[in-house]
Ligand binder design. Structure first.
Ligand SMILES: [Cu+2]
Length: 189
């Protein structure tokens, strides 16, 4: 029984090792502005906070909902932080921040988040039912976009999980082979 306990402990250790952060992909932890937030003050900087340290080669892009790319200056990686300055004032609308980074495990990771800019404009634009209707339309469109984004994310994560699962199965098979080998060796004595 003691032998079995030892073998079990060995298997548990191997399993724990396989699930260690060395094998985990680097996802976004949080950001400023946050995902799906509404920014009401002038915004001149974006900072992304990742789950782990990322490589200096990281690239960030900012796009308006109409497809226009807004230049991002001074893209700087600082351990797990990735910041950039927005080169021009942002007009109201929905924006997408996308990134292409290499995480601590050496895997390239691409993803994106959206946020809205709804800063105070002139009084004329704020008044009247037209403005209310427009903002309703805009939020309807936005939720469609978010659904599409969510679907993309699910697909990407599914692909990531498949890779992790393959690795996990490989480690488990190795563990089982090792356990059998240990049991056989001990029986010979
Ligand atoms: Cu990875």
């Amino acid at each position: 029984m003691k032998k079995f306990t030892g073998v079990l402990a060995f298997a548990v250790l191997l399993f724990a090792f396989s699930a260690s952060p060395a094998f985990a992909h680097t996802h976004l932890d949080t950001s400023d502005p946050e995902e799906d937030s509404t920014v009401t003050e002038p915004l001149d900087n974006i900072t992304l906070y990742f789950e782990t340290v990322i490589e200096e080669s990281a690239v960030m892009e900012l796009h308006h909902e109409d497809g226009t790319e807004i230049a991002l200056d001074n893209q700087t990686v600082n351990d797990d932080e990735f910041s950039a300055d927005i080169a021009e004032p942002l007009e109201n609308g929905t924006y997408t921040i996308s990134w292409d980074i290499i995480g601590v495990d050496g895997h390239p990771m691409e993803d994106s988040i959206s946020f809205e800019v709804d800063a105070e404009e002139t009084a004329a634009e704020e008044e009247g039912t037209d403005a209310a209707e427009n903002s309703e339309d805009a939020s309807g469109e936005q939720s469609d976009e978010n659904e599409a984004d969510a679907e993309n994310n699910v697909q990407e994560e599914a692909a990531d999980d498949t890779n992790s699962n393959t690795l996990l199965i490989a480690v488990l098979v190795l563990a089982i082979v090792a356990i059998i080998a240990i049991v056989l060796l001990r029986r010979k004595k």
